[in-house]
Write a protein that binds this ligand. Sequence first.
Ligand code: FAD
Ligand code: DLZ
Ligand code: SF4
Length: 512
Amino acid sequence: MSGNLRFVLGDQLTRDLSALADIDPARDAVLMVEVEAEGRAVPHHRQKIAFLLSAMRHFAEALRAEGIRVDYVRLDDPDNTQDFTGELARAVARHGPKRVIVTEPGEWRVEEMMRGWAQSLPVPVEIRADDRFFCSRADFAALVRARKTGRMEFFYREMRRRTGYLMDGDTPVGGQWNFDPDNRKALPRGTRVPERRRFPPDAITREVLALTASRFGTHFGDLEPFGWAVTRADALLALDDFIAVGLPRFGDYQDAMKAGEDFLFHSLISPYLNCGLLTAREACDRAVEALGDGAAPINAVEGFIRQILGWREFVRGIYWAEMPGYADGNHLNATRPLPALYWTGDTPMRCMAECIGTTRRHAYAHHIQRLMVTGNFALLAGIEPAQIEAWYLAVYADAYEWVELPNVHGMVMHADGGRLGSKPYAASGAYIHRMSDYCTGCSYDPKVKLGPGACPFNYLYWNFLIENAAVLSPNPRMAMPYRTLARMPAAQRAEIVQAARVFLDGLPTDWG
Ligand code: FAD
Ligand code: DLZ
Ligand code: SF4
């Protein structure tokens, strides 16, 4: 082979990927590999594995249709070494390229591997920046130095100015940067929730579903019904669908939860953005167009843009700025093992059962379910950060460490001591009761604080504050709950601690 070998990973399925820029179809080849090591790095949800393998196979087809030579190694290839390093070494031996070209990955673990390739392979390895983000790693580092990234809100405003999204000269469209206060409505009873477009499996996906079932049979999660888009064309249709039926009410009900409604008005595009089938820019452009056409209101469009231009970019910046040490912190010294209910969904807490149920069915849960139900529970229960992080990384189709870790380690567990958020998102059952209908029909009562029928979130919340008082009470943003706690009679506090201990110690951790 007279050209370069361009190695494309499963979350790099973008034709404009930096590793594919300047490709010469006459001399170069693209390498793509299906390997068990990636499916087992954590025990990924079976639907996530099938989604990614199918998207990879379709992407390879699309490249071939362009006349590009693709060397594609399948999971069931008998010579497959089942890891990136082994497969790249085999491919280099097969092709004898001038150099290997890759785009920087989404996980520190894989970047370490890439650095190793530069040492171990007989050819140079060129690692290119991943330019699919609005803010490069270097730009984020410069913003950190200029102290413009302390909090997401300031970073977001800076990104609005830089990109011009929702800007009218120097001022934000609509007169304010943030419409969050308008975006916290519970879903009124009787609200019609739109059917969402799903994509029936084609022959490639069906083959991959069978392969996943046979190779990853013991992993968590339903494989079918499978409805994810696996091509760029279908991912664009999914985006169209969201813009038409979801975006107009995305803002109003961004924080709402409803039993049996797994998607509400959310976009469901994170798996596509994160594996490369859609770009962040086109998602933002479409939302801004909808605002211009009068098809969606400003609180919806700003809310959506903030998630992508703000949160998504911010967490990536934090990840790369803080790794590898970021994952090591455990600010609240949380050590409890992960309860089995995270895998089984077997719990009388209806909110937890609902959120774990949607996770099992779709490898998806929307943000507020992840943050305020399963995340809140992990925080209050004091689950060891590494264990809950591994769970979130495994169970969602959109999960890669660059985005999962800051959300779980920082936003949910406050294990980073406040680098990502200034206070933990701890909440009692009252929050879940206000934002959902889960409490209706639950074995517990959100209004009961202690004793028979008490909602566990209530006493776990106060127990969390008691247990972490030394660390959290000096935080000015925690002043109010600590004032309330200070007024609580000592006997009541003791009862809370006892109830929490009995409840938590009674949670099985073994799920077979
Ligand atoms: P929408 O609600 O429609 O939002 C639009 C887009 O905004 C999303 O597609 C996503 O790209 C982006 N976005 C929104 N919130 C965030 C955020 N906090 N961080 C980064 N991007 C955001 N998102 C992932 O992509 N991968 C993860 O592994 C992941 N893990 C999470 C773990 C926890 C504990 C929490 C609280 C959040 C996590 N998120 C993660 C963020 C968010 O929950 C998902 O992006 C969102 O639920 C995806 O569904 P959607 O596409 O319907 O999002
Ligand atoms: C998540 C995943 C899985 C399950 N399988 C593969 C695979 O077989 N081949 C591949 O190239 N990528 C896979 N991935 C995505 C990688 O884990 C991801 O590219 C790295 O974690 C870097 O972000
Ligand atoms: Fe969840 Fe408590 Fe409501 Fe039950 S009562 S659904 S446990 S918040």
